[in-house]
Structures are given as structure tokens and as C-alpha cells.
Write a protein that binds this ligand. Structure first.
Ligand code: GLU
Length: 563
């Protein structure tokens, strides 16, 4: 067979050779050992949290080695594309703090916006390049045209031969004697082309069904797998590439040195290895990352997360709830590397970007996603923010999701800043906010209007007599002096109820609680309840100062009147 002729027949308009592209996209000028990683999503819906996880891994491997992390849009499957999904990826990654250093940004009406020298970064714009590589494979007798109908993507289970294979219990696929077009003569091909029959290109697999290969995975070690013997489609009849070919071409020309992708791609690895061998191109290194798992609430079983059952699988959920990007990265690194938690303990104030990711600490089996842990981590993360940062981020979030609250925050900026500053920027800051969605509720009692319209009942411990409560509140009203230092203020509380049976000495109280109506801690709780309708708030001295004497008096009076 004259393969050279065959290649010309199939691709008369493709004039370039792979070496032309290899020249056009020269090796990157990076230091030895620098990783070039990428995130290569398909625009099939909103960004999955698993995608953000992949991107985080890619960014951190590139960063720690002085390499490059870039974004590529894998839009070769037009059928699965969801309108608008492509242009959300870059801003979302940026929002989550995993901004790619290079590559795809947006794609509008055929116009690609991107940064970097290795583009186009949109696969649908790379058809000619894929065809050039497909032509080369044909030229070398390693790929061939297939005129069979209706199975561009090798997924059409309805085809007759597949049904027969199933009935015979054979491996399903286009191979061996089932591969009708594998041995077409040049004349037969010419005839088909003359008849205007569309063709796709298939790899001519050299496995025999028995041989095995070793696939090297940086995380999973050497994996013994069957050599590929199926003649998979690599180029569709419309001239666009399938993932297998696009991966070979793009990761070669963009000089990816570490492919990090979901473990669901592992079964295709032998085919990819074969393609790289056929093209005599060096394979990048690979890490097939573990999938994110969760415990199913109904069955109690561990399962893969899915957008259908887990609303948070869609990364937008985290933005809607108002988790800061710092929390997401922090949590995803927790999932990615088992030593992250220890590193964080040792470096409580370091930037998360100083963490050095490593494959030795990555999980090979599923990474368990735990929302409770995320909340916990988030509280710690936010507790380290300045009051100004909390204010700005809460406001930004509220402007979209709670406009009324945003208005209030804007109108009372100075007040809100002071409010957020209570027990903040101290050695042991308060850990009360895990997401911006909670802020309005956590701090609602600070806002006079909110408080006035709050119908919640006061929850005093039933052991206290109403008259004692009234007496304590009246005394506090009389004694409260907003110019007082904290120590003096505290001693007022301590002795506020001493003469009516509330212990001012905790030790004495603990020895004989039956001799008292309560202790000064409980006095403080009574005032807190009257003031905020909460049993748990930040420092009450600060709250009173912020509310001001008049408001303190009004609130306590209102409570007294209700008793
Ligand atoms: N477009 C593929 C996907 O979304 C990318 C896989 C890869 O990273 O190579 O699964």
C-alpha cells in the first residue's frame, strides 16, 4: 500500500507536517524540572468542584517547580456543549484563586481571547493541526480511513457488529475481523471518496489482545495494562479530533510535561501510549487523580459526587453561599495532600501558595469531601481576615444575594467595621463566620432595626426568678457607663447581683451552689440575652460600646417591660 498516496488522497489540503508545528511551538524556556501543567475542561456545564480540584493540583505543581499552568478549552464535542459554559471557566477559576498563568480566557463568535504563545487554546480552532497529525499517522501506515456509518465516537452501541460481539461475549469494538475498513485497498478508498462517502480516521492498533504494556503513572506507579488492540476513531468525519488525538497533539505542542487528569481516563492510557509511540513523540508524565467521593446520606455508602445529588458538586454553590476563595483552595489542598493539615499547623499564617504539593501525599483512592470540615476550615480562614476584608467581601457577596443587607452595610460602614473588628486581629480571633451567607444572621442583633423587629422570645434559664432578672437589668441600666475601661465594667457585672444572691466568687459558688441563685457568669448571660436575644455572642463589653448607652438602655428596658 502506498501510504503516502493514501494520505494525500485523504488530506489534499493539509500541507504542513508535524515538524512544522514543532518548530512553530518550540520548547519552553523553563528551568530543569519545571512542570508545565494544564486544566482542560470541556464546556459541558458549569464548572464541577472536581474541576476546581484538578485545577488546584495543576496550579500547585506548576508553582512549586517554577513552571506554567495553563487553561485549554476542549470543545471538540459540539453535541455535549452547553451554551455559555465555556466563558464561565476562566472567571470562575480566578474567583477560586486558581487563575491559570496562560491560555484560554474566553471565546465569543469565533473570536478567542487568551494569553500565551502556544495557542489557539480552543480545540475547535485547531482542526488543521489535528488533521496534520492524523495525516502523518496515515502516511506511516499507522492509521486508516473508515467509511463505516454512524459511529464517529465509538459509542454507538446499536451497531450490528457490536450486538453480535455482545452476543458472543467478545470485547466490543472495532478490531480484527470486525474492522472492515482496516484492509481496504487504495482503489477501494478512492472509489469511496469519489462516491463522496464521508470518512473518519482510525488508529491501526498493533495489540493482539494478549500483550500487555506498562503504563507509568507518577502517583500510581507502574501499571500493567492490556495493550490497545482496538482501532479507535481519532478523527471524526467532520475533520474534528477526538480526545485521544487532541491530547497527543495539544499536550505535545503546548509542551505539557505533567498531565493531571481524572482517574476515569486511566483505561484510555494504553491507547494514548500507543499514539505517542506511533508518532515517536515523548510522553509527558501522568497523574491520574482520585475522584471526589462523598457518603450518600440515604444509603450511607461511599459514592462519586454528582451534580444530581450533591448541589455543591456545582462549584457555583460555593460562590452563592459566600465561601471565600481562600477557604476553597485551603480545603481542596486538604483533600489533595494528606500532609497539608500538618503544614498548616506549623505555618498558621503562611500564604496557602507557599505550600509545596507532592505526589507522595496524594490519595490514590477517592478523596472524601466533607462539608463539615469545610465549614471548620472556613471559620479558621475567615477568623484571620481583617475587619475591612470581612466587610468588603460580605458587602460584595450581599450586593448580589442580599441587596437589603448590602444597603445596610453601606449605610453603616464605620459601625460595621467596628462590629467585625470585635475579637478580630487578636492572637485568638473569634471563629464565628464560615461563609458570607451567615453574616447577617450572626450579627443581626447589632442592627437596631433588625433587633427591634426581631420577634424571637427571650430565652432565660427557667431557674431564674423574673423579678431577679428585672432587678439585674435595672441595675445594669443604672451602672452602665460607656466611658468605663473593661476591667471596671467587668467588676460591675461581678458584683451586680451579689446582695440579692448571685455569687461574685466563682470558687465559693462551685463549693456550695445551693447557697446561691446563680453566679456572676450567669448574671452576664442574663444581660447578654436581654441585649441580643442570644446566649452566645462576641465580647459583651465591645457590643455595649458599639451599640451606645441609649440603645443599651432601650433594649434592656424593652426586655424588662416584656417580663
Ligand atoms: N476534556 C477532558 C475532560 O474534561 C480533559 C481531560 C484531560 O485533562 O486530559 O475530561
Amino acid at each position: 500500500m502506498d501510504y503516502e498516496k493514501l494520505a494525500e488522497l485523504l488530506f489534499p489540503n493539509i500541507k504542513k507536517r508535524p515538524e512544522d508545528y514543532l518548530k512553530q511551538y518550540p520548547k519552553r524556556d523553563l528551568k530543569e524540572g519545571a512542570y508545565v501543567t494544564r486544566f482542560a475542561p470541556s464546556p459541558t456545564g458549569y464548572l464541577h468542584i472536581g474541576g476546581v480540584y484538578q485545577a488546584t493540583a495543576g496550579l500547585f505543581f506548576a508553582k512549586k517547580s517554577g513552571g506554567v499552568f495553563y487553561l485549554r478549552l476542549e470543545d471538540t464535542d459540539a453535541k455535549r456543549e452547553v451554551a455559555g459554559a465555556a466563558n464561565i471557566i476562566y472567571p470562575a477559576l480566578k474567583e477560586f484563586g486558581v487563575e491559570p498563568m496562560e491560555g484560554f480566557i474566553s471565546y465569543d463568535n469565533g473570536v478567542e481571547t487568551s494569553k500565551g504563545e502556544y495557542g489557539p487554546y480552543v480545540q475547535s480552532r485547531r482542526k488543521e493541526i489535528y488533521q496534520c497529525f492524523a495525516k502523518e499517522l496515515v502516511r506511516q501506515g499507522k492509521a486508516y480511513p473508515c467509511f463505516c456509518e454512524g459511529e464517529d465516537d465509538d459509542e454507538n452501541e446499536g451497531l450490528d457488529y457490536r450486538k453480535q460481539q455482545k452476543a458472543l461475549g467478545l470485547q466490543i469494538g472495532y478490531y480484527g475481523s470486525w474492522a472492515k475498513c482496516r484492509n481496504l485497498t487504495l482503489e477501494q478508498v478512492e472509489e469511496n471518496l469519489k462516491a463522496g462517502k464521508p470518512f473518519k480516521i482510525r488508529i491501526k492498533a498493533d495489540g493482539d489482545g494478549q500483550q500487555r504494556i506498562i503504563f507509568k503513572d507518577k502517583l500510581r506507579g507502574n501499571i500493567n495494562m492490556p495493550k490497545n488492540f482496538i482501532d479507535y476513531v481519532i478523527l471524526k468525519s467532520d475533520g474534528s479530533a477526538l480526545y485521544h488525538l487532541a491530547h497527543l497533539v495539544d499536550d505535545t505542542l503546548m509542551h505539557t510535561s505533567l498531565v493531571m487528569r481524572d482517574e476515569s481516563w486511566l483505561p484510555s492510557a494504553p491507547l494514548h501510549q500507543q499514539l505517542f509511540e506511533y508518532m515517536n513523540l515523548p510522553m509527558p508524565e501522568y497523574i491520574h487523580t482520585a475522584q471526589i467521593m462523598t457518603v450518600d446520606k440515604e444509603t450511607g455508602n461511599t459514592r462519586k459526587i454528582s451534580k444530581r445529588y450533591d448541589k455543591w458538586a456545582d462549584s457555583r454553590w460555593f460562590i452563592e453561599k459566600g465561601y471565600p476563595s481562600e477557604t476553597i483552595i485551603e480545603y481542596l489542598l486538604n483533600l489533595l495532600n494528606s500532609n497539608f493539615e500538618q503544614w498548616r499547623k506549623e505555618n498558621p499564617n503562611a500564604s496557602v501558595y507557599d505550600f509545596e504539593i507532592s505526589e507522595d501525599k496524594m490519595s490514590k483512592s477517592g478523596a472524601m469531601f466533607d462539608l463539615v470540615k469545610l465549614e471548620d476550615i472556613s471559620k479558621t480562614v475567615i477568623s484571620k481576615f481583617s475587619a475591612e476584608k470581612v466587610y468588603n467581601l460580605t458587602l460584595k457577596w450581599a450586593e448580589t444575594y442580599r441587596p437589603k443587607f448590602a444597603k445596610e452595610l453601606k449605610e453603616h460602614k464605620e459601625f460595621a467595621l467596628k462590629m467585625f473588628n470585635i475579637e478580630r486581629e487578636t492572637p485568638k480571633p473569634r471563629k464565628d463566620i464560615s461563609k458570607w451567607e451567615d453574616v447577617e444572621d450572626i450579627y443581626s442583633y447589632f442592627f437596631n432595626d433588625n433587633f427591634a423587629s426581631n420577634e424571637t422570645e427571650y430565652q432565660f434559664d427557667a431557674k431564674f426568678d423574673k423579678n431577679d432578672i428585672k432587678e439585674l437589668l435595672n441595675r445594669y441600666i443604672k451602672a452602665y457607663d460607656e466611658t468605663e475601661e473593661k476591667q471596671d465594667w467587668f467588676s460591675h457585672i461581678k458584683f451586680l447581683g451579689e446582695d440579692i444572691g448571685f455569687a461574685s466568687d466563682m470558687k465559693a459558688y462551685k463549693q456550695n451552689p445551693q447557697n446561691y441563685k446563680g453566679n456572676y457568669g450567669e448574671v452576664s448571660s442574663i444581660i447578654r440575652m436581654a441585649l441580643t436575644k442570644r446566649s452566645n455572642t462576641p465580647d459583651m463589653y465591645e457590643i455595649c460600646k458599639l451599640l451606645g448607652k441609649q440603645e443599651v438602655v432601650n433594649r434592656l428596658q424593652k426586655c424588662i417591660n416584656s417580663l
